[in-house]
Design a protein around this ligand. Sequence first.
Ligand code: HEM
Length: 257
Amino acid sequence: MVAPMAKLTYGSYLRVDDLLSLQHPQSDPPHHDELLFIVIHQAYELWFRQLLHELEAVTRSLAADDLLRTGKHFKRIHAIQRLIDQQVDILETMTPQEFNQFRALLEPASGFQSAQFRELEFLCGAGRTTHFDFLEPTSEERGRLERRLSEPNVYDALKGVLRRRGFAVETPEELTASYKAIYQNPERHYDLYLLLEDFIEFDERFLLWRGRHVRMVERMIGMKHGTGGSLGVNYLEKTLAKKFFPELWAVRTELTS
Ligand code: HEM
């Protein structure tokens, strides 16, 4: 006889007990602010998960030339990006003095090691720009990163749409010229024109988060090295130049009325 299934509840569906058992401060006794530090990072990881899910859907809908659906996914993606930018405000209610009381206990862990963050970069076509030697070669995270690098990314998917519509996309120059043709004649290519605006908005919001994070880091630790061992702010400043879709920015300089 099959045992009767327990009735679904809010707690059992969302696994709230499991969720609330996942915050383990390093400080002993726990510093008041360490819970916030953990919760914020965990919340980021959940939103990264959702962003990956939506970007995978973008890749699929572009491959199917379904631009209306792509726009719908981007609407949600942009809303999540606005939200995660604001989460920095909450973390900034912690002062450097408070953070310093448990910061040393976090070494050598760092946001630099966020595998999902690298997955996001790879899914946007950034390529292997950072090392991930800190991940065991056989770890699941490492496997996910290698898989992302070998799978089609959103930028490939965008180029596929343009190619099927007769645009040249093989070199950066061709791509920029194709973008220019679309932007200079929106009435003729209205769906593509809106699609490109969705892409640039995504890239801009990603860069805004990087900028927000680095200013928060400077406010918190000044010019100290990071817990991950990098130069801290000096390293992060360099990442502000990382554009996923550089030709989409470059074309702006060439646009005329
Ligand atoms: C007190 C708060 C924070 C401080 C002081 C801080 C500091 C740093 C520093 C110094 C780095 C450079 C790598 C290193 O040497 O460690 C870094 C990288 C990074 N942090 Fe944070 N961070 C904070 C909060 C966050 C939060 C809430 C997130 C959200 C997930 C985050 C995500 C990242 C990511 C993804 C990187 C890698 C960036 C890249 O390589 O492009 N950090 N952080």
